[in-house]
Structure formats: structure tokens, C-alpha cells
Design a protein around this ligand. Structure first.
Ligand code: BGC
Ligand code: CA
Length: 427
């Protein structure tokens, strides 16, 4: 039954990509009631759709939401390899500790203490990073076959059950590694990955733990920089984040410990490129694994495609004092995919795109500027909608006329909520 429905959808999508989608049907434009007119009469449910940054999935179990990922034949997800990145993040911190072992233990009690800012306990990326840090530092505890990623709150004496004390031997001396504290950085209105909350938390942590804190770890740079500016910079405590936002990369010169580039330059390209390809009715690999007519192509050291999950994942790179000067401009397009498409072969199409939280440091300071650079190169006219990071309705309310667009790019507030969007396209 399900197969049949899929097959029908496939036929419809193919017909669309052969005829309607690729022709600039002027009658169709006349029927649009908005200035941003879609160039075809394709049903909204058959239009290309890309989820990005927040993968449709169960926020408790992490299980992928395949209904959302296979909404139609032209549906994809674009993100990055969360596990590979998390492992890099953990290793980056561990390497720093080992290289600086003579000075790292600030109060000399033989315990290397760290605090951890968690972004969103229901977000796969955040969960992976918490696990990566704990795995590398030896503080991980297994729960149901995976590393426990729960926040510990306060763990001054090492008795928390979600983590354990790690043990690290360097130069013949054994140290204890302790997660002194961790919490989800969620503000009272419900926004997660909240930088201001992290800035407040470090104040609280510093007053209870003082020089027991030797390392500050964060699930992202937005929170990491907030803690660095509020406390760790002046106290010379190495702070590690994730995302390689420009301000964080620059702060490495001032003692920020390091960050991870999730190759946002590749992700932003892929986000719009899959839509472009679907709208052009060409093979989805065009300009991705296969060079396009303008010479754009990605090599497999920066991304991979998981066909079963309909997901493209960029690969991560550690950014530390050794290499940060190569990463100072976080909004620069990736050179191998920076060639302008010819507008006669790839006519302008309109895209509706939302950022789940306009105040998110990574999405607003790194990802969106990159998207804005690529939209011109790909001849896509993109309408950018910034959400409040709290409710899906704040965003979906602004998709009142999906017929006015040729394609959609969606960044959900909560990874469980794909249906809030697909319901609008099914109407
Ligand atoms: C980024 C975070 C960001 C989150 C938003 C993550 O991939 O690393 O900085 O807050 O996405 O969903
Ligand atoms: Ca210590």
C-alpha cells in the first residue's frame, strides 16, 4: 500500500520535473496572488523540500522521522556528521589537556575539573557533542547501549550518576577528570542553545567552584563565547566550543581553546543545491559529486550522502591555535562550489526558507550569510524568515501562501515537529 503511494508520488514528481518544473509557465505565474510568485503550478506537496540543521527525528530517542525525510521524491536533509564532529571535539580538548598538563590543574589538587554547557537535550547534534566530550575525557557512563548525555546539574564531589570520574595518566602521573557541572542552556521562554543563559551559568559555576574549574566545554560557540567573555578569558581558563563562528575563531588568539568547523560553507551550498537540482529536474548529484556545467563539484573529503536517510552530511574539522588563521572568514563560500550558474539554463526560482531562531549565533552569523552568498550563485530568490526559537507557530504563521514558492527549506524549532510544516504543504 505504502509502496504504491510512493510510486505514484514518484511518477508525479518525474512528470513535474520533465515538464512543468523546468518550464517558465507564464499562465501559472498569473494565478499567483503574491509578489513572490512561484513559476509553476506544481502542487505544494510535490515541491522540493529540504530540512536542514535540525534533522526530523524523535527528540527523546533520536530515531529518524522517515515520513518527513521521505515527504516526497524531492525531499532531503542537510546537516553534518554529528558523531565524527563530536569525536573531534572531545579529542581536541583531551589533546589540549595533555599538551598543557603542567599548568592545567589550577588548584593543584590532582583533579582536572571541567564544566559543560549543553545546547538542547533533545537535539542530535547536542547529544553527540556531550557524548564526545565525555568519551574523550573518560567521564562517560553507558545507559541503554549508548553514552548517557543527561546534564548532571552540580557534581562537586563526583557522585553524579550520569557521569563518572575519569582517570588520565600523563608523564607518569595520574589525574582525576571530573565533570563538575553541566546543564541545558534553555531560557525561561524556552529557547535552547541560549548564549545569555550560558553567560549567567558560568557566573554561578565560578562562584561555587572557583579554581576547581580548569576547562570550560560548550556544545557550541554561541554559548562558549558568552562564557569566555563573561569569565574564562579574564581567568585564563581554556574554553572550547563548536561551529567556528568568526568571533570564536578570532578569540583563539586571545586564549579561546578551540572550536570545530562543521563545514557550514558546504552545508549551506548543499541546502540550496538540492533544491536547485530538483527544480532543474536533473540528477540530484549534479554540482555535488558530479561536476555541473559551471564547474562546481564537491570532493568526498567534505561530505557524504546517506541514501537510506535521504541525508547529506558535511564533515567536520578541528580549529585550534595551530590552524585558526585558515578559518577567520566563516561566511566565505567554499571555492570548489563558488561558480555562478547560467540563468538561461537555470532560471530564477523562489524559495521559502526559515531559520528556527533569529538569535542563534551559528545560524544567523555563519549559516544565513553563507546561504545569502550561494542563493545568488544558484539563481534562487530566497525569502528568509527568522523564528523566535520557541514555537513552530511563530514560523508556520509566516508560510500562509506556500503556492507562492517553488521550493522550501526548513529549520524546525523541535526535531519532532516536521508535521507542522508538511501539513501546510498537504493542504
Ligand atoms: C549548531 C548550534 C546551533 C544549532 C541550532 C547546531 O548544529 O552547532 O550552534 O545552535 O545547530 O539548531
Ligand atoms: Ca584541580
Amino acid at each position: 500500500m505504502k509502496k504504491k503511494v510512493l510510486a505514484l508520488a514518484l511518477t508525479a514528481a518525474m512528470a513535474c520535473s520533465l515538464v512543468a518544473c523546468s518550464s517558465n509557465d507564464s499562465n501559472a505565474s498569473n494565478t499567483q496572488d503574491s509578489g513572490d510568485s512561484a513559476s509553476t503550478t506544481v502542487a505544494n506537496k510535490d515541491k522540493p523540500l529540504v530540512w536542514f540543521n535540525r534533522q526530523p527525528s524523535n527528540s527523546s530517542t533520536g530515531e529518524l522521522d522517515m515520513n518527513a525525510l521521505q515527504f516526497n521524491d524531492n525531499t532531503y536533509y542537510v546537516g553534518f556528521d554529528a558523531n565524527q564532529g563530536a569525536e573531534l571535539q572531545g579529542t581536541m580538548i583531551l589533546d589540549y589537556v595533555k599538551a598543557n598538563i603542567d599548568t592545567i590543574d589550577r588548584n593543584g589538587d590532582g583533579i582536572i575539573g571541567y564544566v559543560l554547557a549543553i545546547g538542547d537535550i533533545g537535539h542530535n547534534d547536542s547529544i553527540a557533542r556531550t557524548r564526545g566530550v565525555r568519551a574523550a575525557l573518560g567521564t562517560a557512563v553507558e545507559a541503554n547501549g549508548a553514552i548517557n548525555s543527561d546534564p548532571v546539574g552540580s557534581n562537586a564531589d563526583g557522585s553524579a550518576t550520569a557521569v563518572k570520574d575519569g582517570s588520565l595518566e600523563v608523564n607518569g602521573k595520574t589525574y582525576i577528570v571530573r565533570e563538575l557541572a553541566s546543564q541545558e542552556m534553555k531560557n525561561s521562554a524556552g529557547a535552547t542553545w541560549d548564549a545569555a543563559t550560558a553567560g549567567n551559568a558560568i557566573g554561578t559555576w565560578a562562584s561555587s567552584f572557583g579554581d576547581q574549574i580548569d576547562i570550560v566545554a560548550s556544545n557550541n560557540d554561541g554559548m562558549g563565547m558568552s562564557m569566555f567573555n563573561a569569565w574564562s578569558k579574564s581567568n585564563k581558563v581554556p574554553t572550547f566550543g563548536y561551529d567556528a563562528n568568526a568571533d570564536a575563531v578570532a578569540a583563539i588568539a586571545e586564549g579561546y581553546g578551540g572550536t570545530i568547523s562543521q563545514h557550514a560553507d558546504v552545508q549551506a551550498y548543499l541546502t540550496l543545491r538540492v533544491l536547485r537540482n530538483a527544480l532543474d529536474g536533473v540528477d540530484i548529484d549534479t554540482g555535488i559529486g558530479t561536476e555541473d556545467d559551471a564547474g562546481n563539484v564537491l570532493s568526498d573529503d567534505v561530505y557524504y550522502y546517506d541514501e537510506a536517510a535521504r541525508s547529506y552530511y558535511a564533515l567536520n574539522v578541528a580549529v585550534t591555535a595551530d590552524n585558526y588563521t585558515d578559518f577567520t572568514d566563516s561566511t566565505k563560500v567554499y571555492a570548489p562550489v563558488s561558480n555562478q550558474l547560467d540563468a538561461s539554463a537555470h532560471p530564477e526560482k523562489s524559495v521559502w526558507l526559515n531559520i528556527y531562531n533569529a538569535a542563534d549565533n551559528f545560524l544567523s552569523a555563519t549559516y544565513q550569510p553563507l546561504l545569502q552568498n550561494y542563493d545568488d550563485l544558484l539563481n534562487l530568490k530566497v525569502e528568509y524568515i527568522g523564528g523566535d526559537g520557541q514555537t513552530e507557530a511563530n514560523i508556520t504563521n509566516r508560510l500562509s501562501n506556500p503556492s507562492a514558492y517553488d521550493a522550501f527549506a526548513i529549520n524546525m524549532v523541535k526535531t519532532d515537529n516536521a508535521a507542522s510544516y508538511t501539513a501546510l504543504l498537504n493542504q
